[in-house]
Design a binder for this molecule. Structure first.
Ligand SMILES: [Zn+2]
Length: 261
C-alpha cells in the first residue's frame, strides 16, 4: 500500500471515529442477575437495573472501587477527556443534543479535576502567583480569588461567552437554534479544556493561551459546522464582545472603588 493511500485511509477512519466514536451493541445472551436473581436477556437487569457485567469481585473491581471514591464510576471520565482532546465540538454536540451516555457529567468532571490537581500540587507545590496589585480593591480581590479557585474562575470568565455565542452562532448549519442552557454546557466543556491545558503550569503563558484559543476555535468549528473563515470571524467577534463585557465590569468596579474613597 502506498504511503499516501495509507495516510488517507487512517485519516478517514479517524474522521469517522470523530463523528461517531461508539456503536452500541445489544447483549443477546441470557444472564442471571447477581443482585436480585432475575433471568434476563440484555445489558442491564430490567428489575433492579444492575449491570449484567457485575458479578463476584475481580482485580479490576479494586480500581473501580477506588475510582468511586473520586466520583469516577467507570472509564467514562477518562474517555470523556480523551474525546475532549480529539473531538471536542462533536462531544459537546452529542451531549447537548441528548446523548448523555457518551460523556461523564461535565460540571462534576471540572470539580473532580480541580480536586485531582489540588492533590498533585500538594505533593509538588508550585509557587503561589504574586498577589494582584492594580490599586483597585475590587479587581485585586477578584483576581486573587480567581487565582485561588482556578476551575470556577475559568468557568465564570467563560460565562461571558454564552450570550455573544448565542447571538452569532444560533443560525449555525451544524447545530441550529442552540439555546442558552446548551451554551452554558459548551462553556463548561471549554473551561475543562482550558483547565487541563493550564493546570501543569503555575501561571498562564503564551503557549497555554494559544493552545486554549486553538481548542476553543476547533470546538466551535466542529459543533457549529461553519467553514473555516465563517467560524473564525464569528469566533473573533464573539471573543471581542465577551472581553468588552468583562471590561465594562472592570470599569464599573473602578468607578465604584473611586467613588467610595
Ligand atoms: Zn436484578
Amino acid at each position: 500500500m502506498k504511503i499516501g493511500q495509507f495516510i488517507r485511509t487512517k485519516w478517514q477512519s479517524f474522521r469517522a471515529w470523530q463523528e461517531n466514536p461508539i456503536s452500541y451493541q445489544k447483549d443477546k445472551h441470557w444472564h442471571v442477575c447477581h443482585n436480585c436473581g432475575h433471568r434476563f436477556v440484555g445489558n442491564y437487569c430490567p428489575v433492579c437495573s444492575q449491570s449484567a457485567r457485575h458479578g463476584r469481585i475481580t482485580w479490576p473491581a479494586i480500581w473501580q472501587g477506588i475510582g468511586q471514591l473520586w466520583g469516577i464510576e467507570s472509564r467514562s471520565a477518562l474517555f470523556t477527556l480523551w474525546q475532549l482532546l480529539w473531538r471536542p465540538g462533536y462531544l459537546v454536540r452529542d451531549f447537548i443534543s441528548g446523548k448523555r451516555q457518551i460523556s461523564y457529567p461535565p460540571v462534576k468532571l471540572l470539580v473532580i479535576l480541580a480536586a485531582l490537581f489540588a492533590l498533585v500540587h500538594y505533593f509538588f507545590p508550585v509557587p503561589d502567583p504574586a498577589p494582584s496589585d492594580t490599586g483597585v480593591h475590587y479587581i485585586d480581590f477578584a483576581f486573587d480569588w480567581m487565582d485561588r479557585h482556578q476551575n470556577i474562575g475559568e468557568l465564570l470568565g467563560r460565562c461571558f461567552f454564552i450570550l455573544p455565542t448565542w447571538l452569532l452562532f444560533r443560525k449555525a448549519p451544524g447545530y441550529p437554534n442552540h439555546t442558552i442552557p446548551e451554551g452554558f454546557f459548551l462553556q463548561v466543556y471549554i473551561a475543562i479544556l482550558a483547565y487541563i491545558v493550564q493546570a501543569p503550569f503555575a501561571n498562564p503563558n503564551l503557549f497555554t493561551i494559544l493552545l486554549t484559543a486553538v481548542y476553543g476555535y476547533a470546538t466551535y468549528k466542529q459543533l457549529f459546522g461553519y467553514g473555516y473563515w465563517q467560524t473564525l470571524w464569528r469566533w473573533i467577534v464573539c471573543t471581542v464582545l465577551s472581553l468588552a463585557a468583562l471590561l465594562m465590569i472592570v470599569i464599573l468596579a473602578v468607578l465604584v472603588d473611586k467613588l467610595s474613597i
